[in-house]
Design a protein around this ligand. Structure first.
Ligand SMILES: [Zn+2]
Length: 194
């Protein structure tokens, strides 16, 4: 007998998508991970991105807030959704690739913002290093959004090298100052190298 996913008794891509969303969003184990080694504003941005509550162009267009195009202002290839900003945009993918190389973990392949926010749970680092890695991921969200806003509002050019440099510098500054671990250095304590 043909298995169906909803009351319509017909298989459809939409019903499959709805079922996946239902399974994902009501998975009881999911909980946003807060991290006090970065400022609250950094955690809140990542938290809002997971809830798709950021003023990206597709969201503004839904509210009839004027914009000529909803194409991503960074790559110009696809519509700018929250997920696109952090997961599928070429710039975001370059950043996650750089972070995985820097932190010496396998390449990051994410299908959703939630995947990105959960990577730290699977990296198998010691406790402090895990928290540091999580902080770096949150700072990456912060810096990607900042660069996106610089492009939209200030017409600035973007450079992956500069962006990754900012992520490293801000992560180091915030973690060192907020962790109480004044001896932390990217070169020894936790093994990351700037
Ligand atoms: Zn893009």
């Amino acid at each position: 007998m043909l298995q169906t996913l909803d009351a319509s008794r017909e298989f459809s891509v939409a019903s499959l998508k709805n079922k996946l969303i239902e399974l994902t969003y009501f998975r009881p184990s999911y909980k946003f991970g807060w991290n006090n080694w970065v400022p609250n504003k950094v955690c809140i941005l990542a938290w809002r991105s997971e809830l798709e509550r950021l003023p990206v162009l597709t969201e503004l267009a839904k509210r009839n807030i004027g914009t000529n195009s909803v194409l991503c202002p960074v790559c110009g290839d696809l519509e700018e959704t929250v997920e696109h900003c952090f997961v599928t945009c070429g710039l975001a993918q370059s950043v996650w690739q750089a972070i995985s190389l820097w932190c010496k973990i396998p390449s990051i392949f994410a299908f959703s913002i939630r995947d990105l926010l959960a990577i730290y749970k699977y990296v198998k680092f010691p406790r402090k290093k895990t928290k540091m890695f999580h902080a770096i991921c949150l700072v990456s969200f912060w810096c990607l959004w900042k660069v996106r806003n610089d492009i939209v509002f200030n017409g600035k050019m973007v450079s992956v090298v500069n962006l990754v440099g900012d992520i490293k510098a801000l992560s180091y500054l915030w973690v060192k100052n907020r962790s109480g671990e004044m001896s932390i250095s990217w070169d020894d304590g936790c093994g990351f190298k700037v």
